[in-house]
Design a protein around this ligand. Structure first.
Ligand SMILES: [Zn+2]
Ligand SMILES: [Zn+2]
Length: 265
C-alpha cells in the first residue's frame, strides 16, 4: 500500500490516525507497539515490488479493452459522467476485492500468502500495510483488471484509489466504530477487526473492503452484538521481520512439497 503514498502522505495519515486512536481506542495499545519497524518496512519497500505487478495487470487490461471489449460497451462507459463512474468503479472494484480476498482464505496454497497479513497481533491503522506483495498484486488484479478492461476513466479509478487507501487505514485503526445499522452496508473498523480475530466463529468471514453487503449477499458476514474481538493473529508461529515474512509463503510451499513427496522427486 506504500505504492501510492510517499513520505508526506504517510506523515499526513499518521497525523490523522495517531490522535484519533488515542481518543477513541477500541483496546488499550501503545503507539510503539510490537512489529512497528516491520510495518514501516512494508510501507516503504512493498510499493516497488507491487508496482511491477501493477504495470503488468494494467497493461493486459488495456489490451483486453482495446482488442476484445465490444465498441458499444466501450462507448457506453465512455459516455458516463465522472460522478456516475465513481460509484460504479467502487462497487465493481470492491466486488473484485471480496472474491480475491475470499480465494486467499479458502485455497490453502493462497492462504500462505495472505497469512502474512493475518500475522498481526496488535491491530492498528499501520497494520493495513502488513501484506505480502503477492497478496497486494492478487487483490489489485481482482479490482483493477476489470476496471481498466471495461475502460473506466483514469480520474474515476484514481478516486477509487484514494477511497480504497483511506478505507484500508480506517478499518484497521484501533478505534471504536461500528456504524450502527449501516454496518451491513459499509465495512466499519469493528467489521474488519472481526475478520482479523483468532476466534473460531469469526474465521473466514467479513471479506469485503468497503461494502459489507457483499458479505451479507454471499453468506460470509460475522458480527457479534455487544462483543469485541479479543485476540488477533493466526494459530501457527509467524516470522516477525520483513524479509522472513516475504520468504514465508515460499518456505511453507517448499516444506509442504517436501512432506508430500518425501522421496524428493
Ligand atoms: Zn483476510
Ligand atoms: Zn486486514
Amino acid at each position: 500500500m506504500g505504492d501510492l503514498f510517499g513520505l508526506n502522505q504517510f506523515l499526513l495519515t499518521l497525523l490523522i490516525f495517531v490522535p484519533v486512536e488515542r481518543l477513541f481506542a477500541a483496546r488499550p495499545q501503545k503507539i510503539f507497539r510490537r512489529g512497528l519497524l516491520t510495518d514501516l518496512a512494508f510501507l516503504f519497500l512493498n510499493g516497488w515490488l507491487v508496482m511491477v505487478g501493477q504495470i503488468v495487470i494494467v497493461t493486459v487490461a488495456i489490451l483486453v479493452n482495446q482488442s476484445i471489449l465490444p465498441s458499444a460497451v466501450k462507448q457506453a462507459i465512455d459516455d458516463l459522467p465522472y460522478w456516475v463512474q465513481v460509484p460504479l468503479v467502487i462497487v465493481i472494484g470492491d466486488l473484485g476485492v471480496y472474491w480475491t480476498h475470499r480465494i486467499l482464505h479458502v485455497v490453502p496454497a493462497m492462504w500462505h500468502i495472505h497469512a502474512v497479513h493475518h500475522a498481526v497481533e496488535e491491530l492498528d491503522w499501520l497494520a493495513a500495510v502488513h501484506q505480502h506483495p503477492l497478496d497486494v498484486m492478487f487483490m489489485k488484479a481482482g479490482s483493477l483488471f476489470p476496471l481498466f478492461a471495461l475502460g473506466f476513466s483514469t480520474e474515476a479509478i484514481a478516486t477509487y484509489f484514494l477511497v480504497y487507501y483511506w478505507q484500508a487505514y480506517l478499518i484497521h485503526a484501533n478505534v471504536r466504530l461500528n456504524y450502527g445499522p449501516l454496518r451491513y452496508v459499509l465495512v466499519s473498523p469493528e467489521f474488519h477487526h472481526w475478520h482479523h480475530s483468532s476466534e473460531i466463529e469469526a474465521r473466514d468471514k467479513n471479506f469485503a473492503g468497503i461494502f459489507s453487503f457483499y458479505d451479507l449477499l454471499f453468506g460470509s458476514v460475522y458480527l457479534s452484538k455487544g462483543q469485541k474481538p479479543k485476540t488477533f493473529g493466526v494459530d501457527n508461529p509467524m516470522p516477525t521481520n520483513y524479509l522472513a515474512l516475504l520468504a514465508y509463503p515460499f518456505v511453507t510451499w517448499a516444506s509442504k512439497h517436501k512432506r508430500d513427496d518425501p522421496s524428493g522427486t
